[in-house]
Design a protein around this ligand. Structure first.
Ligand code: ZN
Length: 375
């Protein structure tokens, strides 16, 4: 029996791998490193495994240590969800379990001779291109290019609008390349708006769906290809330049133009993935009106969506959430989607779950916007 691993495809994760004498596949995805700090992160894996349909094998990832803010931490939770597909269409979920030596292990049965295994149900640039083609058929859907990534890939801003509306919301996805769940969530939101344009009666929505598009292409975990974290640097003044993070500079320039046009979003949300699923609301205590609006949104999310995880206060001032509040006065939050378990849906989330979660959010959004920002 000889296994073979291929990672040479879009969003494939660079890694070392070895078939052990007992047939176990050991694989070690590469760390993604931040420039200017010791920070590094390993969360993404996405590879094709060639074996034999029906065989059961053990997958093992050796102990890995991430570094955040100079703190060295275990890269893995006790239980880490992953997905496998024999055809790229049907995906099933399984868990890696943390071992006493801090390695991760899982047992899987291969559903085909060639299978794809990934940390998160993949959402690639091809999926994005398919989404963007909606402008051919959906009258409420339009797209503009607001800039280019480090490697020259276009950064698309989607607009959902049934006409010029008084209330405005903005969403960003995939600030970190491994976090494909946010793309599925936003696609669910977009599909719902296109199918039910009455939801946009007094609401314009802009979406930057894939900020870290180079990292998505290259199968990275967290940083852009210059080593910058696109959810940091939202300081005053901001830390972005064409040489460091053109992805964020393009966003800032777009927001500056909207400030000049007096059409800044009232509300903004950055969609991420992690192992917890919280809403990061920032410094709610500093501003009672901001606190009232975000608390309202959280209660509506609890009522109408699968969100149950809870709100965290006091996110760092340099992140999207606090940053857009300070730079532009926009009510901004970061929403993490739990990658391992979506409690409200009682399952490991895959694409169909996140699509529905995003649709639920969109059905709730007009009520929140009207109550929070309506006149
Ligand atoms: Zn993230």
């Amino acid at each position: 029996m000889t296994l073979y691993v291929n990672t040479s495809f879009p969003n494939g994760s660079p890694m070392n791998w070895e078939e052990q004498p007992d047939g176990c596949l050991t694989f070690a995805p590469l760390f993604d490193h931040e420039r200017g700090t010791r920070n590094r992160q390993l969360t993404h894996w996405h590879f094709r495994l060639f074996g034999q349909k029906g065989i059961e094998i053990t997958l093992r990832i050796p102990p890995m240590r991430n570094i955040y803010g100079d703190q060295v931490v275990n890269a893995f939770a006790d239980r880490v969800a992953s997905v496998i597909s024999g055809d790229g269409v049907e995906w099933s979920t399984f868990f890696f379990h943390l071992q006493p030596d801090e390695s991760l292990e899982a047992r899987v049965t291969l559903p085909a001779d060639e299978v794809t295994i990934a940390r998160v149900h993949p959402y690639t640039i091809r999926d994005l291109d398919r989404l963007l083609s909606r402008h051919d058929t959906d009258p409420v859907f339009s797209v503009e290019e607001i800039g280019k990534s480090v490697e020259g890939r276009p950064l698309h801003m989607i607009r959902l609008s049934a006409g010029q509306a008084g209330l405005r919301a903005f969403f960003r996805g995939r600030a970190h390349p491994w976090e494909a769940g946010g793309n599925w969530f936003l696609e669910g939101l977009i599909r719902e708006a296109c199918e039910h344009p009455a939801l946009l009666e007094n609401l314009d929505i802009h979406i930057l769906p894939m900020a870290a598009i180079d990292g998505v292409a290259r199968g990275l975990t967290r940083f852009n290809v210059h080593g910058y974290d696109l959810n940091r640097g939202f300081t005053q003044p901001h830390a972005f330049s064409a040489d460091t993070a053109p992805e964020n500079l393009a966003l800032i320039d777009w927001l500056e133009q909207r400030r000049r046009d007096d059409t800044l979003p009232h509300f903004a949300m950055d969609i991420h993935n992690d192992d917890h699923g919280n809403l990061h609301a920032g410094d709610l205590d500093r501003d009672p009106e901001f606190c009232r609006r975000i608390t309202l949104m959280e209660s509506l999310m609890r009522r109408d969506t699968w969100y149950t995880e809870g709100m965290k206060r006091g996110a760092g001032v340099a992140t999207f959430g606090e940053g857009l509040r300070h730079l532009f006065g926009i009510d901004s939050v970061v929403h993490e989607l739990n990658t391992n378990w979506l409690a409200g849906a009682d399952r490991v989330p895959t694409a169909s779950v996140w699509l529905e979660f995003g649709a639920q959010f969109l059905r709730m959004l007009p009520e929140f916007m009207r109550k929070a920002y309506g006149t």
